[in-house]
Design a protein around this ligand. Structure first.
Ligand SMILES: Nc1ncnc2c1ncn2[C@@H]1O[C@H](COP(=O)(O)OP(=O)(O)OP(=O)(O)O)[C@@H](O)[C@H]1O
Ligand SMILES: *[C@@H]1O[C@H](CO)[C@@H](O)[C@H](O)[C@H]1NC(C)=O
Ligand SMILES: *[C@@H]1O[C@H](CO)[C@@H](O)[C@H](O)[C@H]1NC(C)=O
Ligand SMILES: *[C@@H]1O[C@H](CO)[C@@H](O)[C@H](O)[C@H]1NC(C)=O
Ligand SMILES: *[C@@H]1O[C@H](CO)[C@@H](O)[C@H](O)[C@H]1NC(C)=O
Ligand SMILES: *[C@@H]1O[C@H](CO)[C@@H](O)[C@H](O)[C@H]1NC(C)=O
Ligand SMILES: *[C@@H]1O[C@H](CO)[C@@H](O)[C@H](O)[C@H]1NC(C)=O
Ligand SMILES: *[C@@H]1O[C@H](CO)[C@@H](O)[C@H](O)[C@H]1NC(C)=O
Length: 675
């Protein structure tokens, strides 16, 4: 059969399922699987697609019977004795719900294959409560019982019994087999996914019944499990049916027969285990050890992963949390996502810190999408009031566009914090060049003069060329930034306030930097374009002289830059004040112009100061600078100011120590008012 085609093989197997031979005084048959067999079935019994004989299913309180189609003659003559016979069958009892077990099943020899009056459940579909125990039953059965019923004297819930006319076994034993080698009884479980085989032998001469059980494949043990002498000639009818009976109660099980053989007066044919159909894999599937270990670990990892993900999400949410309110919707384009700024500065690393100002730290960053280099200023901003105006101002300032003004790109808001995003200025702030910090080289005169003109141009744009008057309020060297080409740009509008053209400047608290504050600003807190001009004047003196507006000398006395320049001016040694770091390499005319313009711009009396447009004209040489006469800075001027402007407190000029005040001129004819 090795080389036959599968179709022929199948036919051969099917035909070989049932081989019956009957000749004279002996009779035999064998079923190797039940496909195509002619068994008589009733109840739940059916032949499965794979050739198994299934007696029961998952329904409650059902019966199932299967019997060889024709009855067999057990006696030679009607009045003769029951002849020897031999039965062998392979079965499997599967539980569909884990350890929950159904009632067992039985092999029977009975006068009829009609069990309609029999009871299910513990009666195994063989008898009922009335005929149990009656000799008229003429019933011989081998029960494979998986539930212990005390009413039938069951020994346990896993036993084999020899039943005659009654479900009370004449002999029973817990399931097992005697080991051929050592004679020990090995227990087996009737329920399980491994098939088992039973052999029943009846010796007609000795009237001895032997029952042997063993797992399929190990062969028939020599010593039977049960052995009893009982004259079946007094039990069985002349013609009798052979078959299987099973039932379920409230607990169910699947009872399968895989193969079956019988011999009368000769041994039952040997069943070939390799040709039997396979038992189905009923759920719950026996899980592999690997799965038992891997599954809990996998689920633990899964739960852990979800936990970690949640923590990360929450952390990410907190880390990138912003404050965003409805009124900000219109500023959408000017609003940056905190995450972008965070990523741009690599998490606001110290490595990216470029400077610290009075209001916060400034970081360098590269915006993730545009690759644009930006400077991000973090300003703590606790008060909720005024934030609206502030943001409006920031956005408004964002519209400023001039080559000498650092562009404010937008903002971002977090709790207690405001972030301002500016164009990045590669060369940093001017003060570092003036005072040779961070290894910056000093600037030559040409560069300084150009930067002064740049800042004047930027300031003119703020004051006059945009559709609103923008007062910078904090013009100083550290707020002048240098781009790649060393162009000067006005930066840091964090403190600027906006005023519409024509409306009166509002009075607010003084902002700015000591040394750059105009006296009237300190006194009244009123910032005007002319207070910016004052700061600008100090700034250009600072750039030309390379000196801080106020510094302490070795004796701890404050030296005021303007004072010093003015004194030199009076003494006719103005050019002595030019920064020695330039080493005399400068244009004398330009330096003179800038120094005098610086003094004029930082004049304590606002009306004496030029406006930025005039400043531009002087710097460009379009209009000659008016001659500075010493009287312009003489004593009486203070008195004049006091008279003109009642309530003007000269102590507001305390920034200027007394020696300087005494030198102020008094002539009111010196007026640069041109506005
Ligand atoms: N747009 C920018 N590009 C490059 N560097 C900048 C930029 N803005 C600021 N910086 C650097 O950050 C430093 C701090 O700036 P910031 O404006 O905060 O402080 P400040 O001007 O020194 O003081 P204040 O806050 O009182 O104005 C500056 O000195 C400068 O070096
Ligand atoms: C079990 O068999 C009975 C017949 O006895 C049938 O009515 C029932 O539908 C079957 N149940 C299943 C689940 O096959
Ligand atoms: C099947 O058995 C019945 C009797 O139960 C019989 O009448 C029929 O001829 C048998 N068929 C085969 C193919 O053996
Ligand atoms: C069998 O025994 C009965 C009486 O029990 C008798 O009537 C009958 O003739 C006997 N038959 C044979 C074949 O011996
Ligand atoms: C069944 O019959 C036996 C006698 O063979 C008797 O001892 C037993 O009590 C009966 N059981 C039931 C449940 O009827
Ligand atoms: C076999 O099962 C019986 C009854 O369940 C028990 O008494 C006996 O100890 C078991 N034997 C072994 C070897 O487990
Ligand atoms: C039964 O006994 C008869 C004679 O009494 C003998 O011929 C026959 O072989 C014996 N059968 C068996 C199976 O021992
Ligand atoms: C068995 O019973 C039959 C009929 O009752 C009888 O003829 C026969 O002798 C008995 N056999 C034995 C061994 O007792």
């Amino acid at each position: 059969m090795k080389h036959t085609s599968p179709v022929i093989l199948f036919l051969t197997v099917s035909i070989s399922l049932l081989a019956i031979s009957a000749s004279g005084d002996h009779d035999q048959f064998i079923y190797t699987g039940f496909t195509g067999s002619n068994l008589t079935l009733d109840g739940a019994a059916k032949i499965t697609a794979t050739g198994l004989l299934g007696l029961t299913n998952d329904s409650f309180r059902i019966k199932g019977h299967a019997s060889h189609p024709a009855p067999l003659r057990f006696r030679k003559s009607p009045n003769g004795t029951v002849q020897s016979f031999s039965v062998s069958f392979v079965f499997g009892i599967l539980s569909s719900f884990g350890d929950i077990r159904g009632h067992g099943f039985a092999f029977f020899i009975a006068p009829s294959n009609d069990f309609s009056t029999a009871f299910p459940i513990q009666f195994l579909g063989l008898l009922n409560d009335i005929n149990n125990g009656s000799s008229t039953n003429q019933l011989f059965a081998i029960e494979l019982d998986t539930i212990r019923n005390d009413e039938f004297g069951d020994i346990d819930n896993n036993h084999v019994g020899i039943d005659i006319n009654s479900l009370n076994s004449v002999r029973s034993s817990y399931a097992g087999f005697y080991n051929d080698n050592n004679g020990a009884l090995t227990n087996v479980s009737l329920i399980g996914d491994k098939p088992m085989q039973v052999w029943v032998e009846y010796d007609g001469n000795a009237t001895q019944i032997d029952v042997t059980l063993a797992p399929l494949g190990i062969g028939r043990p020599k010593r039977p499990l049960l052995s009893v002498v009982h004259n079946l000639s007094t039990v069985l009818t002349d013609q009798a049916y052979l078959g299987f009976s099973s039932s379920t109660g409230l607990s169910t099980g699947h009872h399968y027969v895989l193969g079956w053989s019988f011999g009368l007066n000769i041994p039952a044919p040997i069943i070939d285990p390799t040709k039997l159909p396979k038992l189905p894999n009923l759920s719950p599937r026996p899980q592999s050890k690997l799965l038992e270990i891997v599954l809990p670990i996998a689920s633990a990892i899964f739960v852990l992963a979800i936990g970690v993900a949640i923590v990360l999400l929450v952390r990410r949410h907190l880390r990138y949390k912003e404050v965003r309110e409805d009124w900000e919707v219109e500023y959408g384009p000017h609003r940056f996502a905190y995450k972008d700024l965070f990523d741009a500065t690599k998490g606001f690393k110290n490595k990216n810190l470029v400077g610290t100002g009075g209001f916060g730290r400034v970081y360098k960053g590269v915006l993730p999408n545009s690759r644009l280099e930006v400077a991000i200023k973090r300003v703590s901003y606790e008060s909720k009031q005024g934030i609206k105006e502030f943001v409006a101002e920031v956005v408004s300032i964002g519209h400023l566009q001039h080559r000498n003004v650092v562009k404010l790109l937008g903002y971002c808001r977090r709790k207690g914090e405001l972030l301002l995003v500016y164009d990045y200025m590669a060369n940093g702030s001017l003060d570092k060049y003036l005072y040779r910090q961070e290894g910056k080289p000093t600037l030559n005169w040409g560069q300084r003069f150009q930067i002064i003109k740049d800042i004047a141009s930027g300031l003119l744009y703020l004051h006059e060329e945009w559709d609103k008057v923008v007062i910078h309020r904090d013009v100083k060297a550290s707020n002048v930034l240098l781009d790649k080409q060393l162009n000067g740009r006005l930066g840091d509008f964090g403190l600027a306030r906006l005023y519409d053209h024509g409306t009166d400047p509002q009075t607010t608290h003084v902002v700015g930097t000591i040394g750059y504050l105009a006296p009237e600003l300190v006194h009244r807190g009123k910032a005007t374009t002319l207070t910016d001009v004052f700061s600008f004047g100090i700034f250009i003196l600072e750039v030309t002289c390379g000196q801080k507006p106020i510094k302490e000398d070795s004796q701890g006395r404050q030296l005021i830059l303007v004072d010093w320049v003015l004194q030199n001016c009076h003494k006719g040694s103005l050019l002595d004040t030019v920064d020695i770091k330039i080493q005399g390499n400068y244009d004398i005319g330009e330096a003179c112009l800038v120094l005098k313009l610086g003094l004029m711009c930082s004049h304590p009396f606002p009306n004496v100061r030029p406006n930025v447009r005039q400043v531009m004209q002087y710097l460009d040489g379009d209009v000659p600078l008016p001659e500075l006469k010493p009287e312009h800075f003489s004593f009486d001027m203070l008195a004049l100011i006091q008279k003109q402007n009642e309530g003007y407190d000269p102590s507001a000029m305390s920034l200027y120590p007394s020696p300087m005040m005494t030198s102020f001129g008094s002539t009111s004819s010196f007026s640069l008012e041109g506005r």
